[in-house]
Design a protein. Structure first.
Length: 267
């Protein structure tokens, strides 16, 4: 079965609606400033998962697979299907990115949806339901937040820039650039990168072992907003590999990216 879609950007309005519906499902279990009402258990490795994660994942798989049946599927909460490796198009989904934030009543979690074409995202949506904020982009068409065009920070040097990320990674950067500022922690990796895209923070750092579903959607949004997400050697992430994990990554405006990598200790 093949969809009638020829241009992935044609999907954006429908995927946006699907993301919002997914957010509504999650919000039924979310309690601002309080522990979630959802049942919680631990996955292999000890990371938490809730009935909200599972409910959103199930909803997204049905809706997105129905929208583009020929696409493969990769999600944090679905058993991996290696057939995705042979597909031109692949949906990559994190039903709740920042589950621990969701659990504790923090607003900084998101629903992340990306559509890959040949290992790179061509459509990306990051929806933060508790903030009622949605980021989106299509390849070559710019990035938007709540329908308005966004762009990365206009900072011209690393001095005094705001950088979001894990403390040990920030400490490494601060040894070279002591003047950096540290905004409050952003638990959702997708949301952290999206906030670099809209200039809320100047740059973002991602620890090793991020997964495709954490970063693919936000990667495209950042790129379309004038930024870059790369390894410390300056390489773009490659998605839909047999093991969908990544090493340390840095996100920032294109004009500062080389200096950022050099300060961290990359190439």
């Amino acid at each position: 079965m093949t969809s009638l879609i020829r241009d992935p950007s044609d999907l954006t309005p429908t995927v946006r609606d699907i993301a919002r519906e997914a957010g509504e499902i999650a919000m039924k279990f979310f309690r601002s400033g309080l522990s979630t009402s959802a049942r919680i258990w631990s996955k292999a490795g000890g990371s938490p998962v809730t009935e909200a994660d599972v409910a959103v994942d199930t909803f997204l798989k049905v809706r997105l697979s129905g929208l583009m049946p020929e696409a493969g599927w990769l999600s944090e909460e679905t058993a991996d299907d290696p057939r995705r490796l042979d597909r031109k198009y692949v949906w990559i989904v994190d039903p709740i990115d920042g589950t621990r934030a969701f659990l504790s009543g923090s607003h900084d979690w998101s629903v992340a949806i990306a559509l890959l074409e040949n290992t790179r995202p061509v459509l990306g949506i990051v929806y933060a339901p508790a903030h009622e904020t949605i980021y989106e982009a299509e390849e070559g068409r710019g990035a938007r937040r709540d329908g308005e065009a966004i762009a990365v920070s206009d900072a011209r040097s690393l001095e005094g820039i705001s950088v979001a990320g894990p403390k040990p990674f920030l400490d490494r950067l601060a040894r070279e650039v002591p003047s950096i500022t540290r905004p409050p922690r952003i638990p959702s990796l997708a949301l952290r990168i999206a906030r670099v895209a809209d200039g809320t923070v100047d740059a973002g750092l991602v620890s090793t072992d991020a997964r495709d579903w954490d970063i693919a959607a936000a990667d495209l949004i950042l790129h379309e907003a004038g930024g870059a997400l790369t390894t410390l050697d300056g390489d773009k992430p490659v998605y839909n590999r047999p093991e969908p994990s990544h090493g340390e990554l840095a996100a920032g405006p294109q004009r500062l990216h080389g200096a950022l990598l050099a300060a961290i200790g990359g190439r």
